[in-house]
Design a protein around this ligand. Structure first.
Ligand SMILES: [Zn+2]
Length: 62
């Protein structure tokens, strides 16, 4: 069975993983309700896009 001759040192593992961090998605404030939403997406808080209602959003609390 082929096997690695040496174990991977912790520093090499950590160096490799230094590029694996996730970044927070970019958001823009909704022009209708000013809630943060993804750019070029329907606002999930009020259901509008480009000034008109596109989807109906259920008003639920809790
Ligand atoms: Zn909105």
């Amino acid at each position: 069975m082929p096997n690695p001759k040496y174990k991977t040192p912790k520093s090499k593992t950590r160096r490799r993983r230094s590029h694996l961090a996730l970044s927070a998605p970019n958001t823009v404030p909704c022009p209708q309700c000013h809630e943060p939403r993804l750019p070029h997406h329907v606002c999930l808080n009020c259901g509008t896009y480009n000034g008109r209602t596109v989807i109906e959003v259920e008003k639920t609390k809790g």
